[in-house]
Design a protein around this ligand. Structure first.
Ligand code: NAP
Length: 263
């Protein structure tokens, strides 16, 4: 596993996304992923699967200290008291005393950012999370968040894949030492069927999905692909034994010129 260093955090470059994984499927996928070498799991209170993520962690036999766990607080819980209550509920469902990373899931213009940022920083000071960060924040909002934070922010988790140019947010994060965590990194499956990515992959003996993930890794991002299929877990992790050339990177960047979100 490779790691990305960001404002004091050491974050595994690949994590397992868990949105939409429920019940036994979620527990089993988390358990198998950890046994196969994943050491980073991404969940959120909104995914309603934190209980199963915690069960998968314990079933895997992998030590808690070897796994990086992220959860996120939903914007309707951004008033400081709600934020604290939500964080404690997340930990209760996960059956953990702390997470590694706690994020604001989306910006909420209805609640002053200063209040929520204060609450987020308090969660770190209270030892409920090792690190804090943001998700779906634009360049101006990143600046605002940084001006208000009294603790270091370590990442902005954003949608990023070959069909979406995120170079401006990536540059802003780099400038301030934040990592970018790329969600929907295979464009919700679309990238795995892409002709350009398949052709490039054939040169390296890799699938189009692996090329999509590798592209983001070479752009400096952390990737959190999701799968409900055990056989794909291994595929999405096997992205560190090949390197895309400068020309291949440029060709993939051209796919993003249309700025298409898949959400
Ligand atoms: N912060 C946010 O607002 C936010 C928003 C969205 C997502 N996220 C996080 O990011 C994670 C990943 O994003 P995502 O779930 O939207 O999309 P994604 O990981 O880009 O794509 C998941 C889809 O791709 C398929 N897939 C996975 N690996 C594959 C492979 N090797 N070949 C072919 N198909 C493959 C999966 O199907 P199978 O299950 O059939 O394999 C699934 O339908 C989420 O699970 C969540 O943790 C965060």
């Amino acid at each position: 596993m490779e790691f990305v260093e960001a404002n004091g955090a050491r974050i595994p470059s690949v994590g397992l996304g868990t949105w939409d994984l429920r019940g036994r499927t979620c527990t089993r996928i988390v358990e198998r992923a950890l046994q196969l070498g994943y050491c980073h799991i991404d969940t959120a209170e909104m995914y309603e699967n934190e209980r199963e993520v915690g069960e998968g962690l314990r079933a895997s036999g992998v030590k808690r200290s070897e796994v990086f766990i992220t959860t996120k607080i939903w914007p309707t819980h951004f008033a400081p008291r709600d934020f604290e209550r939500s964080t404690k509920e997340c930990l209760k469902r996960l059956r953990l005393s702390e997470v590694d990373l706690l994020l604001m899931h989306w910006p909420n213009p209805r609640i002053p950012l200063a209040e929520t940022m204060g609450a987020l920083c308090n969660m770190k000071q209270a030892g409920l999370t090792q690190h804090i960060g943001i998700s779906n924040f634009t360049v101006p909002l990143i600046s605002e968040a940084l001006a208000l934070a009294t603790e270091p922010l370590v990442t902005d988790q954003i949608e990023w894949h070959p069909y979406l140019d995120q170079s401006e947010i990536a540059a802003a994060c780099r400038k301030h030492g934040l990592a970018v965590t790329a969600y929907s990194p295979i464009a919700r499956g679309k990238a795995s069927r892409d002709k350009v990515l398949s052709t490039i992959g054939a040169e390296h003996g890799k699938s189009a999905g692996q090329v999509s993930l590798r592209f983001l890794i070479q752009e400096g991002a952390i990737v959190i692909p999701r799968t409900s299929k055990v056989e794909r877990l291994r595929e999405n992790l096997a992205i560190f034994d090949f390197v895309l050339t400068k020309n291949e990177m440029a060709e993939i960047r051209r796919l993003g010129a249309a700025h298409q979100s898949v959400l």
